[in-house]
Design a protein around this ligand. Structure first.
Ligand SMILES: Nc1nc2c(ncn2[C@@H]2O[C@H](COP(=O)(O)OP(=O)(O)OP(=O)(O)O)[C@@H](O)[C@H]2O)c(=O)[nH]1
Length: 372
């Protein structure tokens, strides 16, 4: 629960935007009702991809919405009496009938939260499945949305796989400023805390500042950072780093790379050369290719995945800067469109601000759903 609160606090901007939007949609055209109208559990979606995610049973108590607006003075005693006599809650709640108008507003809200058109349409269609014409409260809508988001995210929530191969080579790619250096530092610190012997190679040899920054993170994580003179060949550094990591019996070698997309052909050649050269030392390397994406770029993250999949054999994603952005919905679009594993999320600039990706926590934080 502590992590959830942290994530929810940190994802405040995303959740507050969605939350306010959902409130407004229900209030707009909704009416006060006294009789609870429990929503049925979600049927299996008809959509692609169709991950097999267990649908949490919605117990009647959960299905009864938390009141959006209640007659304040009567709420506690009614609730108490209801419980005493085993009756359902009869508080006043604003509910709105789920119709085409409401679905359209929901779609627009999800698109505005960077979920992308296709994903927003799919998610709302699944929300409406078997519930069209029913009266729903904001809380129920949030529950449904959170369920659908979690359903999309569940199959991609996978920690970075660790192999018995030593050293395991992790190539880290992404555009400049996406948070590669920070993420490498955070990951190195976590792996080190887990007892792994980690080495970092500063493969963006063209920028002295990038190398220095990586050294700062290496110091923080207590991990050696191998560097090469400015302007030297990154592939040659990667080769030396892997050779040394092997000699030292390291468990993990994390290789930082340049992220200049301005000249895509050069970058492609550079990444391809790194891979070619490290395969001379270990033909199974790299074992992971992590693409680091900046959540604040919103829909841009989708085109970055497209591009980097062409440049490198991306095996998993890390999404940074999910704190302080209202664009967290892009993660749902990414999961829906590419299905690449999301290994971790960055929720701050400190060394501990890298969390495993938990779909339910993320969905609850994104939608502003209070978890019981
Ligand atoms: N708020 C927040 N900031 C982050 C996060 N991850 C990275 N940053 C910040 O983003 C900025 C860029 O991060 P870097 O790690 O330098 O990014 P990079 O991809 O290595 O960039 P280059 O060195 O230019 O290639 C820094 O100011 C980091 O502190 C995060 O999860 N949350």
């Amino acid at each position: 629960m502590a992590l959830f609160s942290k994530l929810k606090d940190k994802l405040f901007k995303s959740s507050s935007r969605l939350e306010q939007g959902l409130d407004a949609i229900v209030e707009d055209g909704g009416e006060e009702t006294t009789a609870p109208d429990p929503i049925p559990p979600a049927p299996a979606p008809h959509s692609e991809p169709a991950p097999e995610v267990a649908q949490p049973d919605m117990a009647p108590e959960q299905a009864v919405a938390k009141p959006v607006s209640t007659t304040a003075e009567s709420a506690p005693s009614k609730s108490m009496l209801g419980r005493l006599f085993g009756r359902a809650e009869t508080e006043t709640t604003v509910r709105r009938t789920l119709d085409d108008d409401m679905l359209e507003q929901l779609e627009e809200l999800l698109i505005a939260s960077d979920m992308g058109v296709d994903t927003a349409l799919r998610v709302t269609a699944n929300m409406a499945e078997g519930r069209y014409g029913r009266k729903l409260s904001t809380q129920e809508i949030k529950q449904l949305l959170a369920q659908e988001v979690a359903r999309v995210m569940e199959p991609v929530a996978k920690p970075m796989p660790l192999y018995s191969k030593r050293p395991q080579v992790v190539l880290v790619v992404g555009v400049n400023g996406s948070g590669k250096t920070t993420t490498i530092g955070k990951l190195a610190s976590q792996f080190r805390a887990a007892g792994k012997n980690v080495v970092i190679a500063a493969g963006d040899t063209f920028r002295a500042a990038a190398v220095e920054q990586l050294q700062v993170w290496g110091d923080r994580a207590g991990v050696p950072v191998l560097t090469a003179p400015e302007g030297s060949d990154p592939a040659s550094l990667a080769f030396d780093a892997l050779t040394r990591a092997q000699e030292d019996g390291a468990d993990l070698l994390m290789i930082d790379t340049a992220g200049r997309l301005q000249n895509r052909a050069d970058l492609m050649e550079e990444l391809a050369k790194i891979v070619r050269v490290i395969r001379k030392v270990d033909e199974t390397a790299p074992h992971n290719t992590l693409l680091v994406l900046d959540a604040t770029t919103g829909q841009n993250a989708l085109s970055q995945v497209d591009t980097f999949q062409k440049l490198a054999d991306v095996s998993g994603l890390v999404m940074t800067k999910l704190d302080g952005t209202a664009k967290g919905g892009v993660l749902v679009a990414l999961a829906d469109k590419f299905g690449l594993p999301i290994h971790a999320i960055g929720v701050g600039e400190q060394i501990d601000d890298l969390s495993p990706f938990d779909p339910e926590e993320f969905a609850a934080a994104l939608t502003g759903l209070e978890k019981g």
